[in-house]
Ligand binder design. Structure first.
Ligand code: G1P
Length: 303
């Protein structure tokens, strides 16, 4: 299993786990995948695929489950709709409809049993093969103006091993995340990860560095995941497999963290989801001016 590293570049595959039930958004997610909930006028998942493509990863594998057909439809052609828009001469909407199907080469695999994030990532093994690959979690939106994934790919190509995205959070919030113990490196935005704990109590957290949902992983993680016992919540945790990688470099190279200081929106939480929509709508060139005027008046007069 030992790898020679740093390995030559060429990371091209992104894996997006999307099999979760979305219970926090019921009843909206009773018959609609949570990944399809709109953020302004695009489903959340499209931002994530766009982010992968912007970082040069145009081969996207989605790990889906039952009732996730809408995801496949969204990234496929819709000839009926395209024809109707063509007949109307509505070029602008036509190109918006075609955008999602032209974006990336999409692949899908079903998880079957929802046995945790680690298990979802393991479902990608046959597709990924023996090259490093990225994992993007759909609940985290990273603002395209603050690119993170491209920097992570750069660090993975330079250092080998695996790279996680980290963000400093309030200590009271660390129990919501994987948490990393870190050492500084010569690069201000890069740390060496020496330990990881999934969702620790604040008193047991080794730091306030939270793992946010972006990873560039050495394929050695698959062998480790195959042997990883269910952890927190009875689920096979990706964090536990990464902890093993971090504790023994011989297994698959070092684990580094890229510390992100940009804009991130957690669309898995209802409050943050609303904040993301308001913020992104305000910043849109087409909708922003009117919406900001209305919002200012609403806040001043009605709140
Ligand atoms: C997952 C991971 C966790 C990570 C988080 C980032 O947790 O297990 O380590 O910090 O994503 O969003 P989830 O939020 O799916 O419970």
């Amino acid at each position: 299993m030992n790898q020679l590293f740093p390995r030559a570049g060429g990371i091209s595959k992104a894996v997006i786990p999307a099999a979760g039930l979305g219970t926090r958004f019921l009843p909206a997610t009773k018959a609609t995948p949570k990944e399809m909930l709109p953020v302004v006028d695009k489903p959340a998942i499209q931002y994530v695929v766009e982010e992968a493509v912007a970082a040069g990863l145009s081969d996207v594998l989605m790990i889906t489950g039952r009732s996730k057909r809408a995801l496949e439809d969204h990234f496929d052609r819709n000839y009926e709709l395209e024809e109707a828009l063509t007949r109307k001469g509505d070029e602008a909407r036509l190109s918006r409809v075609q955008e999602s199907s032209d974006l990336a080469t999409m692949h899908y695999v079903r998880q079957g049993d929802p046995r945790g994030l680690g298990h979802a990532v393991l479902c990608a093994a046959p597709h990924v093969g023996d090259q490093p690959f990225a994992v993007l979690l759909g609940d985290d939106l990273i603002d395209p103006r603050d690119p993170l994934l491209a920097r992570m790919v750069e660090i993975q190509e330079r250092e080998g091993g695996s790279v996680v995205a980290l963000m400093e959070v309030e200590p009271s919030q660390i129990h919501l995340y994987g948490c990393a113990a870190v050492e500084a490196t010569a690069d201000g935005d890069v740390v060496r990860v020496t330990d990881l704990v999934e969702k620790p109590e604040p008193s047991e957290a080794p730091s306030n560095y939270a793992v946010i949902g972006r990873y560039v992983l050495d394929p050695a993680v698959f062998d480790i995941l195959r042997e990883t016992e269910p952890g927190r919540g009875g689920e096979i945790q990706l964090t536990d497999a990464l902890q093993k990688l971090a504790s023994d470099e011989k297994l698959g190279g070092p684990v580094h963290g890229v510390v992100f200081k940009g804009r991130r929106y957690d669309t898995g939480d209802r409050g943050d989801y609303l904040r993301a929509i308001v913020r992104l709508a305000c910043e849109r060139e087409d909708l922003g001016p009117d919406f900001r005027t209305w919002l200012r008046r609403y806040v001043n007069e009605e709140m």
